[in-house]
Design a protein around this ligand. Structure first.
Ligand code: 5GP
Length: 113
């Protein structure tokens, strides 16, 4: 099933895209929860973290390399940041296409609500 993120990848709807390569796209969240709130999204359609397999090992690892790169680019590397995959209802997942949230630019509470 296609999601809003496929439409962003295919340029069917606009987004503030800040990184893209053959496998991954990253853009600002439309409803930011922190001064920096970026979504790092694989172009491959994977519904939830439950659906990743060993063949996605490199892709998932690369999403964190992109997160590190974008944390540096947005000047939150030293102040700190959080990376999150939400999964299914209790995890708060609302878009069924896996994505890594990169949040920073303010102190983040722990534990999350
Ligand atoms: P989830 O709740 O699934 O972990 O995260 C989905 C995220 O996608 C939310 O933070 C939400 O604000 C963001 N989002 C939903 N629709 C759009 C959209 O059309 N454009 C952008 N840039 N972000 C979106």
């Amino acid at each position: 099933m296609t999601t809003i993120f496929d439409k962003i990848v295919n340029r069917e709807i606009p987004a503030d895209i800040i990184f893209e390569d053959d496998d991954i796209i990253a853009f600002n969240d439309i409803n930011p929860q922190a001064p920096v709130h970026i979504l790092i999204v694989p172009k491959k359609r994977i519904k939830t973290l439950n659906d990743i397999s060993i063949e996605d090992e490199q892709l998932i690892g690369r999403m964190f390399i992109v997160a590190k790169f974008l944390a540096n680019k947005t000047n939150i590397s030293e102040s700190g940041y959080r990376t999150i995959f939400n999964c299914n209802d209790d995890g708060g997942q609302t878009v069924n296409h896996i994505h890594l949230h990169l949040l920073g630019g303010r102190p983040l509470n722990w534990p999350p609500g």
